[in-house]
Design a protein around this ligand. Structure first.
Ligand SMILES: C[S@@+](CC[C@H](N)C(=O)[O-])C[C@H]1O[C@@H](n2cnc3c(N)ncnc32)[C@H](O)[C@@H]1O
Length: 324
């Protein structure tokens, strides 16, 4: 990448595109002391590096790409283009926020999950790559039970939906399915609604403000599958989280307090009333919680189907099937 970038910086990349001297973003080719894309990137990377940001060059490029609403390839090809004063001012403001420790995703307002682009704000947890395992496990279980359901499309519940990433990814993959997504945070539900609309699944998703299942009616809501990435960090472990996470992500998304297991306990205890016979509960769990979660599951009620490990080998997703 740096080799390519150097080629562009010396004018060859930009020149090869030809044109009348204006960039595709509408800014004139740099003249005099105007700040070019390349210079802005170098200055931002330097500032981020001095602030202790790990991958300063990558973050600088991501922030600039978001600012000019283009991709990274555009920056490489337009290294000599001048930024407009408005772009430069917005970019510098974003670099300052990142340098102060705000997560990149909150600054850009975006995070990719399961191949989809999600809006994120400080009201929601930033979707993590390991949570894709929860979605994959849920999709596999839905596939395995397709024959038993016949023509009836699956009904899913996502408890603690946050940005909506799990419910939206599931509905995006399963075109006929419907889902109920609950969260205790109404601010989070607003973001989930926007993400559902963005990915064309809003019509198949009901968003409900609820403390776990409290606002749902077991008589009218019977789910084929309940998926949840609940808050699971033990209160005493909060201090060991990365500073960025601890200081910027919503506390309600990280920990339910105490030993970190109370929402998981409620899911295991309450989900049976909301599931169809032999329905599934799939949960993401925290580091070293798998044995405790096993102990929570009454074998007269649940069969533990699997505990999937993430790419780091950490037991991360528990799949349970209701006996019956
Ligand atoms: C770890 S985040 C998961 C967000 C999203 N599903 C994801 O995977 O990125 C947990 C979510 O659960 C919500 N939450 C916390 N306690 C809850 C409760 N008692 N009932 C419902 N939602 C809760 C939080 O507001 C947060 O959005």
């Amino acid at each position: 990448m740096s080799k390519q970038a150097d080629n562009v910086r010396d004018g060859r990349g930009a020149g090869a595109r030809g044109g009348a001297g204006d960039s595709e973003a509408g800014a004139p080719r740099a003249a005099g002391d105007a700040t070019t894309v390349g210079r802005a990137l170098r200055e931002a990377a330097e500032s981020l590096r001095e602030s202790g940001v790990g991958d300063a060059r990558r973050d600088a490029a991501t922030l600039l790409a978001a600012t000019v609403a283009r991709d990274l390839a555009f920056l490489i090809a337009h290294s000599d283009d001048a930024l407009t004063p408005a772009q430069l001012s917005l970019f510098r403001e974003r670099v300052s926020r990142r340098a102060a420790g705000e997560p990149l995703q909150y600054v850009t307002g975006r995070q990719e999950f399961f191949g989809l682009d999600f809006e994120v704000t400080p009201a929601v947890l930033i979707p993590r790559p390991e949570t894709e395992l929860l979605v994959e496990t849920a999709l596999e279980l839905l596939r395995e039970t397709d024959d038993a359901r016949g023509a009836r499309p699956p009904l899913i519940c996502d408890v603690g939906t946050g940005s909506g990433c799990v419910a939206v990814a599931l509905l995006h993959e399963r075109k006929g399915a419907r889902a109920v997504a609950v969260d205790i945070s109404t601010d989070a539900l607003r973001i989930a609604a926007r993400n559902a609309a963005r990915h064309g699944v809003f019509d198949r998703l009901a968003l409900v403000a609820s403390d776990c299942f409290a606002a749902l009616d077991a008589a009218s809501s019977r789910f084929d599958l309940v998926a949840s990435n609940p808050p699971y960090v033990a209160e005493g472990d909060l201090g060991g989280l990365q500073r960025e996470v601890r200081e910027h992500e919503p506390r309600v998304a990280l920990t339910p307090g105490g030993d970190g297991l109370c929402v998981i306990r409620r899911l295991v205890n309450d989900a049976p009333r909301f599931l169809t016979p032999r329905g599934h509960l799939v949960m993401e769990i925290g580091f070293n919680q798998h044995e405790a979660v096993r102990r929570l599951t009454d074998p007269r009620v649940w069969t533990v189907l699997d505990i999937h490990r993430d790419l780091q080998g950490i037991p991360r997703t528990v799949a349970l099937r209701l006996n019956g």
